[in-house]
Design a protein around this ligand. Structure first.
Ligand code: COA
Length: 330
């Protein structure tokens, strides 16, 4: 039996000021606004300033979430930052967030599950709260993914953007737990489909890496597209089945924002009307671990989430990794 339940008391998000439009990209690579809109649904994305780090983005989102939750940073006892663009290889990005927020009482770690990072971190924080290890957690998806993007590669550079989204999770009574069911999975046989090959222990940083440009991400777009749709549909269906909730009962599907065609295909296969599938990728592109918490914050502040609504978050990312969580909004 659960000792505690978990609830959300605050959300926050931040996207950098600099807007990079499709027309800007037309001047950088052989592409067109028309192609990007039609093939991805993205109109523009935000790019962090050179001096801005992922922890800076995380803190801006976290401060808003803390204010909404009426919580002081030093009341937090856990900070998890989901990111594939850490400030440094180590120490972990959550420790930088801790220092900047002065959240002195928190245990801090980062979690890397690419675009599924926020869903994974949400689950881990929830487990620690349910077990009574922690009572008040800050969970952030924060990405300066522009650091991994090859701005001469039209196959990938049009897709991504920087940003951060945060939630405050708190212990509550077990019967008030907002997470009704969840599912997570990975396929490590497909590590090479979407990856950064250089700069880790396999190919440590050095002049060769820069010469080969292997510090930039590469992707088999068509293959990833098909796998993303299947994995998100299967994960979402499994979570709905576990909770015995039908897709018609959902107020919102909140999918990872990678490509409008992926998102619409997932909604269609689950039998969810377009109006119930939340989308903001036209403004931000794919911000990796930050997409879902940015959506949640926009929806929350836009009063599109009412108490009792069923909200299904579903993600997919490099690894491969995927996962979903069904919430009943508090
Ligand atoms: N502008 C213009 N043309 C482009 C282009 C761009 N930015 N990027 C690719 N193309 C070209 C290709 O070179 C190809 O040309 P060719 O037929 O002469 O070889 C053509 O467009 C079609 O390429 P294709 O890969 O079939 O396009 P697509 O419809 O699959 O769309 C993606 C490409 C990348 C948008 C799509 O595959 C996708 O979204 N994949 C998943 C990406 C993703 O979500 N990744 C993150 C998961 S977390």
């Amino acid at each position: 039996m659960r000792r505690f339940g978990v609830t959300v008391t605050g959300t926050g998000s931040y996207t950098p000021e600099r807007v990079l439009t499709n027309h800007d990209l037309e001047k950088m690579v052989d592409t067109s606004d028309e192609w990007i809109r039609a093939r991805t649904g993205i109109l523009e994305r935000r790019i962090a300033a050179p001096e801005q780090t992922s922890s800076d983005l995380a803190c801006r989102a976290a401060e808003k979430a803390l204010t909404m939750a009426e919580t002081k940073a030093d009341d937090l006892d856990l900070i998890i930052v989901a990111t594939l663009s850490p400030d440094r290889p180590f120490p972990n990005t959550a420790c930088f967030v801790q220092r900047k927020l002065q959240a002195d009482q928190a245990a801090c770690f980062s979690l890397e599950a690419a675009c599924s990072g926020f869903i994974y971190a949400f689950q881990v924080a929830g487990g620690l709260i349910r077990d009574g290890v922690c009572r008040k957690a800050l969970v952030v998806g924060a990405e300066k993914i522009s650091m991994h993007v090859d701005w001469t590669d039209r196959n990938t550079c049009v897709l991504f953007g920087d940003g951060a989204g945060a939630v405050i999770l708190e212990a509550t009574e077990p019967e008030n737990d907002i997470a009704l069911a969840a599912e997570m999975g990975s396929d490590g046989t497909l590590t090479d489909l979407l990856t950064v090959r250089g700069g880790g222990s396999e190919n440590p940083p050095g002049p060769e890496i820069l010469k080969q440009r292997s510090h930039y991400l590469t992707m088999e777009g068509r293959e990833v597209f098909k796998l993303a749709v299947n994995a998100m549909v299967n994960s979402a269906s499994s979570t709905l089945n576990k909770a015995n909730i039908s897709s018609e009962q959902l107020k919102w599907l909140v999918p990872h924002q990678a490509n409008i065609r992926i998102v619409q295909a997932v909604g269609k296969r689950l039998g969810i009307a377009n109006g119930n599938v939340y989308m903001n990728l036209h403004k931000y592109g794919n911000t990796s671990a930050a997409t879902i918490p940015i959506c949640l914050d926009e929806m929350n502040r836009g009063e599109q989430l009412q108490s009792g609504d069923y909200v299904l978050m579903v993600s997919f990312g490099a690894g491969l990794t995927w996962g979903s969580v069904l919430l009943q909004w508090p």
